[in-house]
Each structure stands twice: as C-alpha cells, then as structure tokens.
Design a protein around this ligand. Structure first.
Ligand code: ADP
Ligand code: MG
Length: 238
C-alpha cells in the first residue's frame, strides 16, 4: 500500500513556479531519498508534505487520506531539519516531549515515550542537559528523538547531517539506517551527499528545477542514468 501519493503537485511563490507537477508514490516503509542541486525544490517539496507550506496545485495523500488542507500536526508526519531547531531554553527531555505536550498528552505518557526514544537513540544520560551542552551529533540525535516520540508514519529529513563533520556523518548515517530497520516507517530524506543517497535509499528521486528527472533504485540509477545530469549526481563520485 502507498504511504504517500503525490499527484501533479505544484508550488508557486508569488508569480514564480518552483515545483512543476510532481507525481510520486512512496510505499509503506520505503526509504526514499531526494537529490538535486541547490534551489531545485527539495525543501519546498518536503515542507509541503509536512504541512509547513501550502500546496498550490495537485493532491497530496498520506496513508490513504487526502491531506491538502490538513494541518501539519494532524498529518502523521515529523520533520528533522538540518539546523536541529531545538529550543535552547528547554532540556533534552523537554525538547523531546514538547510536541506531545502541545497535543495535551498526559505527563506520564509523555515521560514513557521520551524514555523509550532516549533509549533508542542512546540519549538516556543526556536528558537533563540543555542543547548548548551537547555536541552537534548529540543535538541531531535529540532532533531525531523529538520526531520519533510522536510515532509518525512518515519521517521527513532535510539534509539532517550536513552540519556534522565527515566522521560523525558516517556514524549518524548508520544510525539512521538502523533506526529505519527498527521502526519500519516511511522515510523521505533529502541530501546533497551522493554516498548517503546510495547507502540509505531504497529509491532515489533526482530532482531538477522542480521536476523529477529520474526515479530508481541506487543500482539502476548508477548503472543506467537517463542523462548526464543524473549521472553527475549518482554515477561519478565527486
Ligand atoms: P532546495 O531545498 O532544493 O535547495 P528550495 O526548495 O529551498 O530548494 O527552493 C526552491 C526554489 O524556491 C528556489 O528557487 C528558492 O529560491 C524558492 N523559494 C523557496 N522558498 C521560498 C519562499 N518562501 N519565497 C520565495 N521563494 C522561495
Ligand atoms: Mg533545501
């Protein structure tokens, strides 16, 4: 069954069209990676799926429900940003529980879910710290933890590792892969990093100027890019 369905989705800012009719089906539990040059619309597309940006045209379906007009908190998706976007004045525990608190969950239920996510991400010992007391990798783990606690059907990642140094990026990449194996939920992941795309993706979507250039599994794209543009992203390591 499809977890996500995009039908002729478009986005216009003022008079400028930046997303030109995207059609895509994402299967339940699939790990889909969006790649493409800066400005091609990756973040805009994710933000539309997340409900952080209006959909100008077309339809978006999540879990069999048309959600064009459904507000972000009710879509069953969670987004992890490049910049972590943690609240500096809240502890790790409070950051991770924040969304549940907004949804008026009971404190004991919030505590249980936060503890569970903290265990998954090895954050147990850091729960009472503030973001400024954490390393970059730990902060990103908290941001992922905050996304996990709501038990979303769909995870959206917007270049989550690009602020980390190379070594940590490799480590976190493995953690995200293992997280996906355990949670078995649908993931849509934007990256500039070709190796990240190749290792994480069930399927890669190559975007160019707000359009899909090619979709395929990493091996297919690597072996049979439709054109030079795709080959530049997938074929030849830079
Ligand atoms: P990417 O994430 O692939 O780098 P974006 O989705 O951020 O690309 O941007 C796609 C295009 O939309 C760019 O041309 C960008 O300038 C434009 N854009 C993004 N957000 C806005 C906005 N809020 N207002 C106007 N233009 C925007
Ligand atoms: Mg972006």
């Amino acid at each position: 069954m499809s977890s996500l369905k995009l039908r002729n989705m478009t986005k216009t800012f003022g008079k400028t069209k930046v997303i030109h009719g995207i059609d895509l089906d994402v299967l339940e539990g699939e790990f889909v990676v969006f790649v493409g040059p800066s400005g091609c619309g990756k973040s805009t597309l994710l933000r539309m799926i997340a409900g952080l940006e209006d959909i100008s045209g077309g339809e978006l379906w999540i879990g069999g429900r048309q959600v064009n007009e459904v507000q972000a908190a009710r879509r069953g998706v969670a987004m992890v940003f490049q910049s972590y976007a943690l609240y500096p004045h809240l502890t790790v525990r409070q950051n991770m529980g924040f969304g549940l608190k907004v949804r008026k969950e009971k404190p004991d239920s919030i505590a249980r879910k936060v503890d569970e996510a903290a265990m998954t991400l090895q954050l147990e010992k850091l729960l009472d710290r503030y973001p400024r007391e954490l390393s970059g990798g730990q902060r990103q783990r908290v941001a992922i933890g905050r996304a996990i606690v709501g038990d979303p059907k769909v995870f959206l990642f917007d270049e989550p590792l690009s602020n980390l140094d190379a070594e940590l990026r490799v480590h976190m990449r493995a953690e995200i892969a293992s997280l996906h194996r355990r949670l078995e939920n649908t993931m849509i992941y934007v990256t500039h990093d070709q190796i990240e795309a190749m290792t994480l993706a069930d399927r890669i979507v190559v975007l160019r100027d707000g359009r899909i250039e090619q979709v395929g599994n990493p091996k297919e794209l690597y072996a049979h890019p439709d054109n030079i543009f795709v080959a530049q992203f997938i074929g030849s390591p830079k």
